[in-house]
Design a protein around this ligand. Sequence first.
Ligand SMILES: [Zn+2]
Ligand SMILES: [Zn+2]
Length: 204
Amino acid sequence: MVILELERVASQSPVRMLYFRTLWGEVCVKVDLSKIETELISFAETMSFDDERLDPTRVIGPMEVRLEGKVRPAGDHYLVDGRTSASGHLSCGRCLEPVEWRMESGFDLEVALTDAAPVDPELALDEADLDVVFLTEPLLDLEELAIEQVLLEMPIRVVCSEECAGLCPQCGANRNQEGACRCQPEADPRWAALKDLAGHDPVD
Ligand SMILES: [Zn+2]
Ligand SMILES: [Zn+2]
């Protein structure tokens, strides 16, 4: 991925796309807003993010993300809209096995340049509602935008199947596998009390 992007820098870097090499050797892609005067520009990038960068508690392995859109100047700010699509694997909320996940969604936001992020937290909240992104320099980071869009769409929890039996609470074996373990269910007095209640009408 990194090498691919570097080749692109050398061969056909569009004037308004800036490719930076970060301290740790990654390449990040930013749209140079200062070069946009009247016409709109479009961008299309395919990126790959590892689970650490997205959310290691929910994502397994790398995720391919495609970001397409356009930036239009609108007075003293910019309008950015487009589509994000991603495919990868999330971990099952019960057994932790990978579950295939795909998303596709549109986005529509406003980018404003500011000397500093709003100091008033109330104001910052209001602006967030309107999907306004404040930038302190005229560079729109496509990776940040892509990650934000993916996390917005990512479900809090997925299951590999409604019948997933999950992990054994005692030894951690995957109970979907035949003969996963021989642990006996723990006798829990609270559980027995709940069983007694079952069957009674909860209203009375
Ligand atoms: Zn599962
Ligand atoms: Zn067990």
